[in-house]
Design a protein around this ligand. Sequence first.
Ligand code: HEM
Length: 490
Amino acid sequence: MSALGTKTSPPGPPTLPLIGNLHIFPRESTHLQFTEWARKYGGIFSLKIGTGTVIVITCPDIANELLEKRSATTADRPSLYAADLVTGGLHIALIRYGDTWRALRRAAHSILTPKATARHLPIQIAEATQLLYDMLCTPEYFNKHIKRYSSSVIMSVMHGKRSPRYETPETADFFRLEQEWTTFIAPGATPPWKDTAARIRKMQRGFFFRLLAATEERVQRGEQNGSYMEELLEKRDELRLDTDMTAYLGGTLIEGGSETTSSFLNSFILCMVAYPEALKKAQEEMDRVVGQDRVPNLSDLQNLPYVRAVILETHRFRPVAPLLFPHATTYKNYSIPAGSTIFVNYWGISQDPTLYDAPDVFCPTRYLLTQNGTKLGMKTSSMGPTLAFGFGRRSCPGIHLAENAINIHVMNLIWAFNFEPALDVDSCTESIHSMILTKPLPFNCRITPRTAEKAEIIRREFVDAAGTYRKFEFGLSQEDREFVLNSRDR
Ligand code: HEM
């Protein structure tokens, strides 16, 4: 902590004139190099990138002090020229701290409270049921099924329109856009050429505004289904959102909710394959509490301490955002220069052997022994269970929606399936990293229903959920209609 109170810069690797540490700044698997430096230079270290400063925090107490207690001075984001070229400064997760961010964040909060989120449980549960069904029918495509689920559920919740198939046009458009957009803003990408920016901008605005227009038309036809955008459109004046802000908020929340949930579910399956003893313990607990004859529901979770521990351990073991999202500081009279970029090295904290026993092992039991899974006797008041969702004013506003989704899936999947290694499973605990979000490298595994009775229950639940799906199915393509007819509405 002492570095925070002094006027000297935090320590860091030796610098070269003019470029500082630019030549050694890791563009890939950044969290791994940051963690190596943290072990050498301590819980707070700094890098010089040209005239700028990057601060890396790998200590929960310092992260808490700077990003939670002094949140007003660290709620900014570093300026991202490439992102602004495309979004015009309307991306809630990337924009600078200021009036536009405040208006977007207030609007996001007003629709993402725990109470508001509970209203969307029926479609979240129905979408989770389709994931079970898809994995039952074609388990080899589980990764594709997770991607379909993750984008369909958030589009249903936000815009009231679901995608029954991975190839449904909205989902396909969304993945195409995400591919272009995330490549364009990735660190170290080719310079942000204006014509590329203009092309992606056209694509992004086209997609976000099409979704908004479809919601408006649906409302005009009197076909409301309770989506968030309906609520936002109603409160738009009160929340001071113009049309661009409304469309961008709807679109960027889809982006925030899709890849994150999908990454968590892939990591969860990976852990179940790689650590069969953890899966077995979770299944035993599930069988004791829920039994064989029904799928679990959210209220079961309070009686499933080991399953809750599996969720926390998955966040720790393979964080979705190993460096959270970068913050920027505007704090003046401080040893951290104004305008510094701040990374919280959540990965380095999660893998710290002074905090955790055997941190590189997936071991949910640690969360049954101590509240935060840390070693016995450690003082860890700065390390609550929501660390994976960030700190302070920029912490994740989608946390309640995300936690419901994760809880439903983890229970469902443990109840329904066995997960076993395929031949190439050796590589399975590696991750790829794209600076902000990680997800496992593609891997194969064998997914089989635990019993024939459970397979039958899944088929029945899928057909029974037809009424819920239909409320979110508008303007389906011929192929989507055929899928619905053949799989569900026979
Ligand atoms: C597994 C699920 C999720 C994880 C692990 C996660 C994690 C995070 C993290 C680490 C941040 C950055 C916090 C910081 O800067 O300190 C963040 C920000 C954000 N998340 Fe999530 N998230 C998840 C799901 C969602 C969902 C479902 C939504 C949308 C409904 C969402 C919307 C956002 C938005 C809009 C921001 C930017 C907030 C801002 O800059 O003001 N996230 N999330």
